[in-house]
Design a protein around this ligand. Sequence first.
Ligand code: GLC
Length: 811
Amino acid sequence: MKYGRFSSDGLEFIVTQPETPVPWINYLTNEKYCAVISQTAGGYSFFRDCRTDRILRWAPDYKNIDRPGRYIYVREPKGTKGAKIWSLTYQPLRVKPDRFECRHGLGYTTIQTSYSGITSEITYFVPAHDDCEVWLVTLANETSRERKLELYPYVEWLMGDYHEELRYRNIMNLYNRMWFDEAHRLIWGWKTAFWQGMNIKEFKNYGFFATDLDVKGYATRKMEFLGRYNTEERPQAILEGAFEDTPLCSGEDGIACFKTIVKLGPKQSKEFVVILGETEGQAQALGLVQKYRDVGRAREALAETRELWKKRICDNIVVDTPDKDLNVMVNAWVKYQVYICNLWSRSPSFYHEGSGGRGYRDSCQDSEAICSINPDLTRKRILQVTSLIRRDGTSAPGWSDTTGPAGHRPNKDHQVWLTATVRAYIQETGDASILKEYVSYLKDKWVGGWEVDPNFKGGAQRDGEGTLFEHLEKNLDFCFNDVGERGLPLLGHADWNDAIDAAGKKHKGESVWLAQALVRSLRYFAQLCALTGEKEKEQEFLDKAKTMAERINGVCWDGDWYTRGFTDDGVAFGVKAYDEGKIFINSQAWAVLSGVAQDAGRLEKVVKSVDKYLDGKHGLALFYPAFGKFHPELGRISMFSEGTKENAAVFCHAAHFMIVAYCMAGKGQRAYESLCKIMPNKQKDYDLYKAEPYVYAEYLVGPENPYRYGEGQFTWITGTSGWAFMAATEWLLGVRRDFEGLRVDPCLPPDWKKCAVRRPFRGDVYDVTIENPNGVEKGVVELTLDGKPVKGDLIKPVGDGKTHKVRCLMG
Ligand code: GLC
């Protein structure tokens, strides 16, 4: 693979050239502190929320240069024979190293370079239990002469609200105070206050930067350090040896940099640490600095952090298929990506807008996906999301841990997601008591999911409480009743597709995809009613599902596929008669996922249409044809250039909806082929694909783009990871949770003759072997548990905490 490879155990991705087509990044994080870092050490950090508490400066604007970052400049003092200047990471000085390797691992990134006889290894990590980051550095003199080196650890502060900083660059830095603390030998980064709208808050957090090396000098002012008309690539302080102490930065751009001196005898090496972080108040920071100035303790914390991540990722589901690429993804990197999505949702990356917080729909899907490896996290998220539901059944679109529920206009699809997550949690754990948990209702200025109550004053409030079951019921009832003239749910300010944002703005446009998703959730909710013994309600919701399915099958069938929606003016889109955007993947995949297509005997036609119009050499496109002109009746979807983002990209999240649908339809070969085309580590040309080979992209540029078809974009934080994990483990391999136990119902490409899944489930472990001697795609002819035959495809949990052998014979 060009630019890098996986380590032999698959747990590291080793980048072998510093100039990858775009930065290839990693996330180092615990639940509160997160560092995003590239192979050249570019990137930023934040504490609790990537918008409100941003520590370091970096923006997607700088993606092509991938700066600033976490650097250590090296300089041999003036007068040294053949004195050299470089940086221990490729950026910012871009001196070509004699050797380079960046190992992105689970919870750490190690960058190794060699230059001028000095080898360095920096391991960056965020300790599992402390809200800071540590750079553990080993410097080795490979030569046989003594080397005296000036080392300058360097970062650039942002400190505070990232969005305000982008908008009010001229004002925000006037609040800056950065200073060298003589007594504690560290640099503080601080702002007096930040504001959101008119909401002024005192900034109680302090950034800090320290090292265990002997500090000989300190710099806090960016302009003076870099010099006139310079960037971090040519800092005057380093290049010209013009370093001067600047103990205080007041009301201008701040940095933190120390001057230190290290002497290394022949073949001698030295370890040291650099510590960066942000804490509420200063006392805690001093404690962290003291702790991590001790190299030994830093090393222990690194070992502990690595162990924790390894346990989280490796001690659960493990698959063994004939496809090694798939194994690496499912057993390590997709799981890691699912974790990162669960922790930080859709805000911090090298592509996203960094608006902070978490989305309702994204969190529901992320936490459904992580359920089989961390159901406690699913439970926590379910209860957080439930508290966003109002008494009228609508919900806030998301929340931030620092600023509370999000207030902007809600999309109309939020109501359909939570039921599936709750169902998954109960199926996974067997614990239906969560339905009886009491959670408060939200009250804010929004009513009916659309209008603003003019009399409502203040921020979000609590409005009494109800059980989770009641919240779900209200959720679904709202969606069922909030319909347009065809009886389909209103589209409002968009559905799953954020960019169909104008078709329903007059409150008339309807969404066919949402109707299908609703059918699925109504059926799921009926199952929950059955569980709790609510017979009448079960029937009521089954009837509702039937009614909605009939409406869909009555008015949304376009001959060979399902319509995507209707605009406010009653124009159908996602139909043959529409000039562009004639067939959309969502309403085909979900016709299968919801059972609507099967109800009407249209399954084969739906699948055929998808294959014919949406499949291409780089995977399944979101729709066809792309919008070549602006469609004001639909919105933003037609503003993106052809093939990018929601304008007919190969949108990997939606492609996985279809992959699951293929499996439901028994089409293992099609499911697998579609999976392979978008797998990050199966790309054929990384100069074309560009993005990281170890995590999924949100999309690959679609076929109608004039020259970028196949380029990966918006990596890491995407619903793709969750669906990819579920598609592979639950649908392809078919080992999936159900209320009564574990189902084994594989759907494989016919040339897979044997595979295996290790599946911990409700305290036991099931070692499942799947044999497929006759090369079928679906169908279980024999199932045994510890050698004893089992009827159907269901393994009832043994419940003895032991490992059990399951053999599944397909035929
Ligand atoms: C992005 C969003 C997701 C949305 C999708 C389609 O991936 O994170 O919530 O469903 O785009 O618009």
